[in-house]
Design a protein around this ligand. Structure first.
Ligand code: HEM
Length: 103
């Protein structure tokens, strides 16, 4: 209950929304969730404050972060983009492959 595999952060800039349920629309929201010590969901069936989740590890207690550090952290996360990989035809969706353009 409440346990998730840590995902890769590679090419994160292209994969919003974030977390297993897409509940963070942006990297800013991801950092806010971590600094809060858990996600705060305002409404819907998952409404609640994740920082009070009894299943959460005690080490995940939240932190404060300056506006400048937040920008630096987002820039760092976005630097993990590999456009060569993203645009490599070998990894494109095979179902969108156009037979007529073969050769
Ligand atoms: C400020 C520090 C951190 C940053 C910037 C960060 C960043 C992120 C981001 C951007 C995601 C979403 C990835 C995606 O949806 O593709 C994520 C998910 C996740 N991170 Fe972190 N992370 C931090 C700290 C941690 C720590 C300390 C842990 C574990 C002890 C952790 C464990 C996880 C797990 C398990 C997920 C998947 C959660 C889910 O799918 O709902 N992260 N993290």
């Amino acid at each position: 209950m409440g346990r998730f595999r840590v995902p890769s952060l590679r090419n994160l800039a292209f994969t919003a929304p974030y977390f297993h349920d897409g509940s963070a629309a942006s990297l800013t929201e991801v950092i806010e969730a971590y600094s809060n010590g858990g996600r705060k969901i305002e409404d819907g069936i998952y409404k609640g404050d994740g920082s009070k989740n009894p299943y959460k590890h005690a080490f995940i207690s939240g932190f404060s972060i300056s506006a400048a550090d937040k920008i630096n952290l987002i820039n760092f996360l976005q630097s993990l983009s590999d456009t060569g990989f993203i645009n490599n035809p070998a990894y494109q969706n095979p179902f969108s492959y156009d037979e007529t353009k073969k050769k």
